[in-house]
Design a protein around this ligand. Sequence first.
Ligand SMILES: CC(C)(COP(=O)(O)OP(=O)(O)OC[C@H]1O[C@@H](n2cnc3c(N)ncnc32)[C@H](O)[C@@H]1OP(=O)(O)O)[C@@H](O)C(=O)NCCC(=O)NCCS
Length: 161
Amino acid sequence: MHLPPCPALPMTYLIRPMTPQDLPACLELWCDTEGVVLREESDSPEALTRFLARNPGLSFVAMDQGAMVGSILCGHDGRRAQLYHLAVRSEQRRTRCATALLEAALQALAAEGITRCNAYIRVRNLAARGFWSSAGATLRRDIDVMTLAVGTRPAGRSGIS
Ligand SMILES: CC(C)(COP(=O)(O)OP(=O)(O)OC[C@H]1O[C@@H](n2cnc3c(N)ncnc32)[C@H](O)[C@@H]1OP(=O)(O)O)[C@@H](O)C(=O)NCCC(=O)NCCS
């Protein structure tokens, strides 16, 4: 799928679904990108391969002359979608690369009947906030996200005897 970034901008990226073969280049991009937080358990090649298999055709990469310059990871649980690791190489920023990646993910989600997605951004990540705002996203001020590790709770805390 070719999605031109914007008629007025010179850059055109090849936007295509992410495959497991893309993961080494994705991890290199994410390691190089400020604002992308990697977690050992969920960003190992094995975990990412599982994520792609559970969510086929929803994550995308942007290619420029054979090089990966952007990515978006997307998955859903049948109710809501989550977007992770939206990243664009610094040289390609402000050329609508992230916009094209997001559009591809949103089209794929719409085709699966998913009507809402969430992105998690660091509180001080103003670039990400600017991007998501310009994409029409709403900053939720009415909820806090609470996170809990699975499988590592101390014995006796579950309430199940
Ligand atoms: C956030 C990021 C993905 C945006 O990628 P991008 O390809 O430059 O974004 P686009 O060119 O599609 O930008 C579209 C619009 O978003 C807004 N925007 C993008 N970057 C912005 C910034 N740094 N500050 C404020 N607004 C910004 C602008 O309105 C822009 O339109 P304009 O260029 O005509 O003003 C990129 O800066 C990046 O990779 N940052 C580091 C990783 C990161 O923080 N990812 C987000 C994790 S949720």
